[in-house]
Design a protein around this ligand. Structure first.
Ligand SMILES: [Fe+2]
Length: 489
């Protein structure tokens, strides 16, 4: 049935060899007559293996083959010949006997009569379902990964808090690795490792997880930049009570490394054996690299912030020395402010903010010229206006330091008066942050008992009387009472 297009050339293959190829090839080879009587004139045995129907069934029922094609009614002659003058491979869907839909790739030619009319189609059809599903699966995972990485990147940019970053990184890693439990352990260069996110693990598991990770990273000479699947037998070799108790069968160690510098490690455990496909590993590695960049930027940002904070503290000390006769004026205010805050039952976070604000409350004076700051006589309206800018200048100076975020309003409002006559906003009563009301009292007391260029120091008793006299006007009475309830030195 397979005819040579050019009968003048004899085939170097003998008929027996051709017959063997036809009967053993995994591809369908066919000749389909498209003019009456329609139907297959030849089909090799591969049709049975691929569609479940035998050649004999097709010979008996000329429409059987057409009924297997999706979409139903598709004109094979049009698809394979008329729309395909270059005889390019064409993809056709078949419905198999068991109902499964498969992809087949057809390479075919038209057979014509002496008038050039098409009378049959000869061709070869290959089952490409496996190849197609692999490509689709890869493409699906990649198309899902890109938005995932993109949205992760967007989320990462919204925070500089390491714990929050750890939560975002851990959530992403757990999702990508299909883990049941996940821990993100930070590996700082100059300190011990510590967890920044735990999911499914307890704090008490952490020492053993860290020990386990360190054992794997150091003793076993594992490349720190690669992803690891640790089979169950190895987990027992590195026995860990925490890991065993959590029924971990497979552990993925996902290092977050930037320029060969390990920043953190993701520890993911699975209750069942987990074997990741290549594209899933690639996705995790891409995510880890992206996360590592974020962690490195965060580390650099923290270093920069620490350096900035140190220079601000040095500045605050210089301002103390410039503005007062007591070089530790601000340090003294910190002690008093903390005592008052504790007396008023502020939370630890509030107390921390109050202490920072006490230390840095007058840092904005860096913007006030000496001739105004040290003027022995009364300030002019213009000078006073300039002087009143120092809380706002100070708030702006510390605004870029995240650990001072809660201290900013206290610095900005430390010259507000309880009766609303202060500056810069003219706030009154409880509109003024409590920390700022505390600062107002201790700062005023400290200033009164300190000698200034324009006046001598006052006696503590006189300063206390002044606080009492102005309670309810300049100062919050409850803060004055709290301050006076202990004997300030
Ligand atoms: Fe001030």
């Amino acid at each position: 049935m397979i005819e040579s297009k050019d009968d003048t050339h004899s085939s170097p293959l003998n008929l027996q060899a051709v017959q063997h190829i036809l009967e053993t090839t995994p591809d369908i080879i066919y000749r389909y007559r498209v003019v009456p009587p329609r139907g297959f004139e030849y089909l090799n045995p591969a049709i049975t293996a691929i569609t479940g129907h035998t050649p004999e069934e097709h010979y008996k029922n000329p429409d059987l083959g057409l009924n297997l094609i999706l979409p139903l009614g598709l004109n094979l002659t049009d698809e394979l010949v008329h729309k395909n003058p270059e005889n390019e491979p064409v993809i056709i869907h078949f419905v198999c006997q068991n109902g499964e839909v498969i992809w087949t790739e057809h390479c075919s030619v038209a057979v014509t009569d002496e008038h050039g009319n098409i009378i049959a189609i000869e061709g070869i059809a290959r089952n490409i379902s496996h190849r197609k599903s692999s490509v689709e699966s890869l493409s699906k995972s990649e198309s899902g990964l890109i938005p995932f990485l993109f949205s992760s990147s967007e989320d990462f940019s919204k925070t500089t808090d390491l714990r929050h970053l750890g939560q975002m990184i851990g959530t992403g890693l757990k999702e990508l690795s299909h883990a049941d439990q996940c821990a993100i352990i930070n590996f700082p260069e100059d300190a011990d490792p510590y967890p920044i996110w735990l999911n499914g693990f307890q704090e008490s598991d952490v020492p053993e997880i860290i020990l386990y990770v360190q054992s794997l990273l150091e003793s076993r000479n594992i490349n720190k930049l690669t992803l690891y699947l640790i089979p169950e037998r190895d987990i027992h070799a590195f026995s860990s009570i925490a890991i065993r108790n959590k029924n971990s069968h497979t552990v993925i160690i996902a290092p977050f490394a930037y320029e060969k510098h390990l920043l953190a490690v993701g520890f993911c455990s699975h209750h069942q054996p987990c074997l990741l496909k290549e594209h899933e590993k690639a996705a995790i590695e891409a995510f880890c690299y992206q996360s590592a960049i974020v962690l490195e930027n965060n580390r650099l940002g923290s270093e920069l912030e620490e350096a900035y904070l140190e220079s601000i503290l040095a500045l605050a000390k210089a301002i103390d020395a410039r503005d007062t006769y007591t070089s530790d004026h601000s340090q003294q205010l910190v002690l008093w402010a903390e005592m008052v805050a504790r007396r008023l039952q502020c939370s630890e976070k509030e107390i921390e903010a109050i202490c920072w604000a006490a230390l840095l409350h007058d840092i904005g004076k860096i913007g006030i010229p000496d001739e105004i700051l040290h003027k022995p006589s009364t300030l002019t309206d213009e000078e006073w206006c300039r002087m009143k800018q120092h809380p706002e200048i100070g708030a702006n100076i510390v605004s870029n330091i995240k650990k001072l975020k809660t201290a900013i309003p206290l610095i900005r409002h430390h010259h507000e008066h309880f009766d609303g006559s202060g500056y810069p906003a003219g706030l009154s009563g409880e509109q003024i942050p409590l920390g700022a009301r505390i600062l107002s009292v201790v700062d005023a007391y400290g200033a009164m008992i300190d000698r200034r260029v324009y006046r001598p120091a006052r006696e503590p008793e006189e300063a206390v009387s002044e606080l009492r006299r102005k309670a309810g006007k300049q100062f919050d009475p409850q803060v004055v009472n709290a301050f006076l309830s202990f004997q300030p030195s």
